[in-house]
Design a protein around this ligand. Sequence first.
Ligand SMILES: C[S@@+](CC[C@H](N)C(=O)[O-])C[C@H]1O[C@@H](n2cnc3c(N)ncnc32)[C@H](O)[C@@H]1O
Length: 329
Amino acid sequence: MRGFLQDIQNTMREIPIPTDHHLYQSYDQQEEVDRINSHYDLDPEFYYRFIGGTWNSYSALYWTRDDMSVTEAEESKFDLMAGLMGLQPGMRILDVGAGWGGPLTYLCQRYDCTGIGLMLSPKQQAAATERAARCGVNAKFHVTHWERFVDSAGFDAVYTDEVAVHFNDLSGFFAKTWELLKMGGIYLNKEMHYTHARYTLMNRAMEHINGVFGFTGNYRLLHDELKCLHDSNFELLKLLQIPIANYGRTIDGWISRFLRARKTPCGTEQRRICQGFPQIYEAVPHRFQHEYDVDGFDCRQEDRPGRASLVMVADPAAFCRQVSPTAVR
Ligand SMILES: C[S@@+](CC[C@H](N)C(=O)[O-])C[C@H]1O[C@@H](n2cnc3c(N)ncnc32)[C@H](O)[C@@H]1O
């Protein structure tokens, strides 16, 4: 372990100190697609090996018991999200940033919904389509940037799970989501948020982390996001925190499986990610230092018309807040 930490320190020393520190980068749509796909459009098996679980959810899971398996922690997260979205049989749901299709497939199967998932990676789409067929659910996956997605039937719920971070036009995304929802529909965003503008300054660790994701880490301040939601006509129903320990436990699992699997031969792109991967996830918790108390509130009323936004605010610890539910109050 000592040698490993030393390796991390050495790697950190080699990372150049960034001159342009700020997040909220702006680039055109094609560049956004290219940046995102530099990380996600790789052999799915490469990811499955370290993400683990039945559903391969590439985001923080929800560990409600010590003895939970990865699959159980995935499903407890999905169930929490389903409850927050009020999923009922027959509902039509949209997963923007659907990964390899696991979350949407689970929700459609468990809650008897029909779904559409969007992603930018053709490899993810093929894997997701195959998974939905194998599980016998009515879920379709499209390779399309959310901006280009067209639908006239309307959705009962739209959700993003650690995807909004990649959007450089967050206001545009919320406006689009509002249009895609049926009256009374729910938007749920599980995401990390910064709690102060100083965290948007990139340090060397953050520069390195962001680089692995093609510099698409547009983490927001929570207050900015809420303002964007408000400006897009959403009503906030609930803020919910997931303790940051859930994020820590999720990435601890990724790292240990990653280290076990790292000897498996892989291509150039995978090697680029391999080089940074454990360091990235070791570095992240160091940014989760600050306490932030979103006292969950719930202003949901039965039969309230209009579209609603539901933001799950991840544990306040820091670098950005893992918008993950802490406790439903
Ligand atoms: C961190 S993964 C999260 C996957 C999934 N939500 C989960 O929790 O397992 C981010 C996903 O967002 C997708 N994505 C990023 N930007 C996108 C965009 N502009 N339009 C559609 N999907 C996007 C990526 O292809 C990837 O599948």
